[in-house]
Ligand binder design. Structure first.
Ligand SMILES: Cc1cc2nc3c(=O)[nH]c(=O)nc-3n(C[C@H](O)[C@H](O)[C@H](O)COP(=O)(O)O)c2cc1C
Length: 305
């Protein structure tokens, strides 16, 4: 259980803890039911959902790296219709905000998915994945150009009655320009970062190990890069920022909050330690008790000076 110290208002979505699940690493929540105490979570962000079912990339799709992993899942998912019919009723049983991560091959697909989701009850908001490195079309291409990032955001906002979070790619020269473009286009919040593009080579096959050749690097290896980007973005936008990238402890979660994140999401960290959300909450509560801080909101951006 958490106390009111950890409560966060994320663009109108009330979280009882700032700890969310990072899209694609927690399935639809159902896969973790026997492993994770959901009381410790602020929200569940489900995996990337598209208009039609996607088969994803050829295997192998996962490769462990020093302090991280490469993945090239390729947004395999059951499609929005099956999500609404089969998955959503099951996860709605939990008393938690459900945020649906939305992906598409074209700008027009994003509002189509959202229009369908708008007809379903039990969804708190949307997260636009404009940053996936593992799909040929769309995905990261939208997230690396301010104009395209803004047009996807505008298209989603035109049909969404719920908050729209835009998830940024770190594979850019200046992440602040993308963040400011999506804020101007109406984004209610920004999440960052998605994975960094990487590759590993099998030295005996003399070939890349992943079926997709390249994959997205996640885990503690990317944490300092992600903290820096959260630091940069949160100082130039007025909307909430969700910090993501290698969080595996309360200390690493707190780094993101102090850098300017109002909430954080854990991905790869759950694979290593399914109890990580509860441990983060406990550590943050203890820290605030020791430091005489009554709400986590007072720590957001406290490292800026
Ligand atoms: C296996 C796997 C699947 C992912 N699938 C998605 C996805 O469907 N949509 C998305 O926006 N991000 C996806 N991501 C990116 C994560 O949500 C997160 O941004 C990234 O892994 C960095 O956080 P971490 O270091 O805590 O894992 C995926 C990451 C992994 C490892």
């Amino acid at each position: 259980m958490t106390t009111s110290r950890l409560e966060v208002d994320l663009a109108g979505i009330r979280l009882r803890s700032p700890v969310m699940t990072a899209s694609g690493t927690f399935g639809y929540g159902l896969e973790y039911m026997s492993l994770v105490n959901f009381d410790g979570l602020g929200a569940i962000v489900v995996k990337g959902t598209t208009l039609e079912p996607w088969a994803g990339n050829p295997a192998p799709r996962i490769w462990e790296t020093p302090a991280g992993m490469l993945n090239a899942i390729g947004l395999e998912n059951c499609g929005v219709e099956a999500f609404i019919q089969d998955r959503l009723p099951q996860i709605s049983a939990y008393d938690l905000p459900i945020i649906v991560n939305v992906a598409g091959r074209s700008v027009a697909e994003y509002p189509k998915v959202i229009e369908r989701l708008e007809t379903a009850a039990g969804i708190a908001g949307y997260e636009l994945n404009i940053s996936c490195p593992n799909v040929q079309e769309g995905g990261m291409a939208f997230g690396t150009d301010p104009e395209m990032a803004a047009s996807v955001t505008r298209a989603a906002k035109a049909v969404a009655t719920r908050p729209v979070i835009v998830k940024l790619s770190p594979m850019v020269t200046d992440i602040r320009s993308i963040a400011m473009a999506v804020e101007a286009a109406g984004a209610d919040a920004i999440s960052l970062v998605n994975t960094f593009v990487g590759m590993a080579i099998d030295i005996y096959q003399r070939r890349p190990v992943l079926g997709n050749l390249v994959g997205g690097l996640s885990g503690p290896a990317i944490r300092p890069l992600a903290v820096h980007m959260v630091w940069q973005v949160s100082q130039v936008v007025g909307i909430p920022v969700i910090g993501i990238g290698g969080i595996d402890s309360w200390q690493s979660a707190l780094e993101f909050v102090l850098a300017g994140a109002q909430a954080i999401a854990v991905g790869t960290g759950f694979f290593v330690n399914p109890a990580v959300a509860r441990e983060i909450n406990q550590g943050l509560e203890n820290y605030m008790e020791d430091e005489g801080i009554s709400t986590i909101n007072d720590l957001v951006g406290a490292a800026w000076q």
